[in-house]
Design a protein around this ligand. Structure first.
Ligand code: AMP
Ligand code: ZN
Length: 113
């Protein structure tokens, strides 16, 4: 039984605010936004983190980036945006399903810390 939160979100079993969807990826707004625009891009297949990716995932990773770029444009992030992939415990990854944060429209205290 797959108990992964983002697998369930991608499958529509847990509600989320959809930004975009195609055969390979799902994009949705972060439930706890760290910027005025903050959404996540995830692969529909379960990949626990970036370190689990292999050369077989090259096209998928490229598609995630290009999708993030197109969605950022659609969301009006013409002044720029930040893409973050937290990886593993030391990388601050809390949900163990690969996800790309796309954050924009935040100019103060950026980057945080
Ligand atoms: P990370 O710390 O990189 O693993 O990021 C996980 C992100 O998932 C955080 O920014 C959370 O706010 C977000 N998140 C957790 N649960 C949900 C949910 N049900 N819907 C949308 N975003 C979520
Ligand atoms: Zn998953």
């Amino acid at each position: 039984m797959n108990d992964c939160l983002f697998c369930k979100i991608a499958a529509g079993q847990i509600p989320s605010k959809t930004v975009y969807e195609d055969e390979q990826v799902y994009a949705f707004y972060d439930i706890d936004p760290q910027a005025p625009t903050h959404f996540l891009v995830i692969p529909k297949k379960h990949v626990s983190c970036l370190d689990e990716c292999t050369e077989e995932d090259e096209a998928l990773l490229g598609h995630m980036l290009l999708t993030a770029m197109k969605l950022a444009a659609e969301q009006g992030l013409e002044n720029g945006y930040r893409i973050v992939i937290n990886t593993g415990d030391d990388g601050g990854q809390t949900v163990k399903h690969l996800h790309m944060h796309v954050m924009g429209k935040r100019s103060m205290n950026w980057p945080p810390g």
